[in-house]
Design a protein around this ligand. Structure first.
Ligand SMILES: [Zn+2]
Length: 135
């Protein structure tokens, strides 16, 4: 796992907090922001996007990772997830698998206004599914 400085970590959490303000969560009212740090130092944000057809809902983490890929970055060093829940919110199972795809050794920072918990991607999804891409 790559260590982040406390300044880098705070910058990522701040970006996730700001992204939370752009969440579309009219059904659950559970607003989530995420920010990802790519290998070249770029920070890209995402927020959860709910849908009337609940299965079409997109989590903030996957929104941020899709935006990171769309911006031309494929290596994920860290992810911050920000909610205003009572305790830090960890990524759901699908997001853990997506984090493992692009950042198997990524740091995952889960933050609220009053608490921060930090994990590695491997701690959140040990023995992640992997399929060797075909060439
Ligand atoms: Zn998720």
């Amino acid at each position: 796992m790559t260590e982040l400085s406390s300044e880098q970590e705070q910058k990522l959490v701040d970006a996730a907090r700001e992204a939370r303000g752009r969440a579309y969560a009219p059904y659950s009212k559970f607003f989530v922001g995420a920010a990802v740090l790519s290998a070249d130092g770029t920070i890209v944000c995402g927020a959860n996007v709910e849908n009337a057809s609940f299965g079409a809902t997109l989590c903030a983490e996957r929104a941020a990772i899709a935006a990171m890929l769309s911006a031309g970055h494929q290596s994920l060093l860290a992810v911050a997830v920000y909610t205003e829940a009572d305790v830090p919110t960890t990524p759901c199972g699908i997001c853990r698998q997506v984090i493992a795809e692009f950042g198997p050794r990524a740091i995952v920072i889960c933050a609220t206004p009053s608490a921060v918990q930090t994990f590695t991607a491997d701690q959140l999804l040990p023995a992640a599914f992997a399929l060797k891409p075909s060439s």
